[in-house]
Design a protein around this ligand. Structure first.
Ligand code: CA
Length: 242
């Protein structure tokens, strides 16, 4: 589960230590020593998670968390607050400002990584490495492989080959099975930042995905919901419109 993490921390030694540990764990890191710097980094690259220090030189981490929650582009980004404060009231205001979790300094790298993992698992389940089995498909995020059960016989697994985008799309749809996603939502969550990608791109990849699933008679699992978007469903297969 390697992701891009933005570290907003004005104390260089702490920032460096956190970045080092996150990189060792396989994550990519972006570093900012103020809210303003963080904002300009976010304008370029949308991170998967923000580690946000409470006490910053410009505005407080609390205020910055509220700003991130107010903007369309960043409102769902997972935020973990870092702070030297230990008062219960502070913890409550951090969570009320929209933070997902709260870590009190000093913390061990191990605790930090465990908290990050827990928040990502909760907020971005499509980034988890858990195998998903649904509707006769078996998707393994670790090996990037999808198998299909032959005639309902689990001992006869056949591999289907998907391109990287189709794989991510299927992984996302299976993670949030039965839920309808708009094209904009899919672009945000599967492609990442969608500023420069057209909605039509989603349709193209959905078509490719269905075409591959068609070879194993599973194309009806990926359904078009007219005027709304797409979903993965093991029910209502007759409603599907190609
Ligand atoms: Ca600070």
């Amino acid at each position: 589960m390697a992701v891009t993490i933005l570290i907003v921390e004005d104390e260089p030694a702490i920032q460096e230590l956190i970045a080092l540990n996150l990189k060792r764990a396989g994550h990519m890191t972006l570093c900012a020593n103020s809210a303003e710097k963080a904002k300009s980094l976010i304008n370029n690259v949308l991170p998967d998670l923000v580690l946000l220090d409470w006490m910053l030189p410009d505005i407080s981490g609390l205020e910055f968390a509220q700003k991130l929650r107010q903007e369309e582009r960043t409102k769902t980004i997972p935020i973990i607050m870092l702070t030297a404060r230990t008062q219960e009231n502070d913890k409550i205001s951090g969570l009320e400002a929209g933070a997902d979790d709260y870590i009190t300094k000093p913390f061990s790298p191990r605790e930090l990584l465990a908290r990050i993992k827990a928040v990502l698992r909760r907020r971005l389940p499509e980034m988890s490495d858990d195998i998903i089995e649904l509707g006769g498909l078996r998707l393994d995020p670790t090996t990037h492989r999808v198998h299909v059960q032959n005639n309902g016989d689990i001992s006869q697994l056949m591999e289907i080959n998907l391109g990287p985008t189709e794989f991510r799309l299927l992984h996302f749809l299976m993670t949030y099975k039965e839920r309808v996603h708009t094209r904009a939502q899919l672009l945000d969550r599967v492609w990442g930042d969608h500023v420069f990608i057209e909605d039509r791109t989603v349709d193209v990849h959905i078509r490719r995905l269905r075409k591959i699933l068609e070879t194993v008679n599973k194309e009806n699992l990926v359904q078009t919901v007219r005027g709304a978007g797409y979903r993965f469903s093991i029910e209502n297969q007759e409603e599907s419109v190609g």
